[in-house]
Design a binder for this molecule. Structure first.
Ligand code: CA
Length: 253
């Protein structure tokens, strides 16, 4: 069985912030998708996420076009994060105004075989809706997540904790980087969602699952998610990338 996919991405500044420090890429042709959430002050945050999105997408696109890519899935994702980190380090060295900037990166690559590779740093998320069950495939690199994993904090308390925004891992010149590399399988019928924290801090899993289960088109679902996050306060930039996985035999009919 081979899979195909449709995708749609959208971003919105939200209701409070003047700028938008989120960046995303949707490249259905290569099966490359990502979100990045910049930080470090208005202008620098935008530079960081845009630079990392561009660099990672270029590396992944090149990797997908290379021979025997499926066997080197992990290498491509590892290289994308390394090159993205290098780009930040170089930019900060060249331009003092960007010093201290950083960004999250959650990138995924789909292969027609169904293989789904993921590189992840920070607190943006990849979710999967399968059989109406919403699952978060990435683990947040945050202080509260570490406390939850250690059993010192409950999941609900973590959501509203005053330190919820503190990241333990990020792409920046100040820190070494360590990406989680995931090797998943996508099945026909899966709906994947990449999102920045501006979405999930406003909407709980149940609300996200409800929109994703609606059976609407990807663009309407993306609009509905952003509208709901804004209705709930829209305190941060909101970015969503939706990918619907299809059975190639079915779509060929
Ligand atoms: Ca954010």
């Amino acid at each position: 069985m081979t899979i195909t996919w449709d995708a749609f991405g959208s971003t919105d500044p939200g209701r409070i912030r003047a700028g938008n420090e989120d960046a995303f890429r949707v490249d259905p042709e290569h099966g490359v998708f990502l979100v990045a959430d910049g930080m470090g002050g208005h202008a620098a945050g935008e530079v960081a996420s845009a630079l990392v999105a561009k660099t990672a997408a270029e590396v992944l696109t090149r990797a997908v076009e290379g021979n025997g890519y499926e066997a080197r899935f992990r290498d491509g994702l590892a290289e994308a994060t390394r090159m993205a980190h290098d780009a930040i380090v170089t930019c900060c060295a060249d331009d003092p105004r960007t010093r201290g900037m950083g960004t999250t990166l959650t990138a995924c690559v789909l292969h027609p075989s169904g293989r789904l590779g993921v590189a992840h740093i920070g607190d943006s998320r990849l979710y999967r809706l399968r059989a109406e069950e919403l699952e978060q495939l990435t683990v947040d690199h945050t202080w509260v997540q570490r406390e939850v994993a250690a059993g010192r904090l409950g999941a609900e308390a973590a959501r509203h904790h005053h330190l919820a925004h503190i990241l333990t891992r990020v792409l920046s010149a100040e820190s070494d980087y360590e990406a989680d590399l995931l090797d998943e399988r996508a099945l026909p019928g899966d709906l994947l969602l990449l999102a920045t924290d501006g979405l999930y801090n406003m909407l709980g899993d149940e609300e996200i699952a409800r929109v994703l289960s609606s059976g609407a088109g990807l663009r309407s679902m993306a609009d509905a998610l952003i509208r709901a996050a804004n209705a709930a306060g829209g305190v941060d930039n909101i970015t969503v990338v939706l990918i619907r996985v299809n059975d190639s035999d079915v779509t060929a009919l």
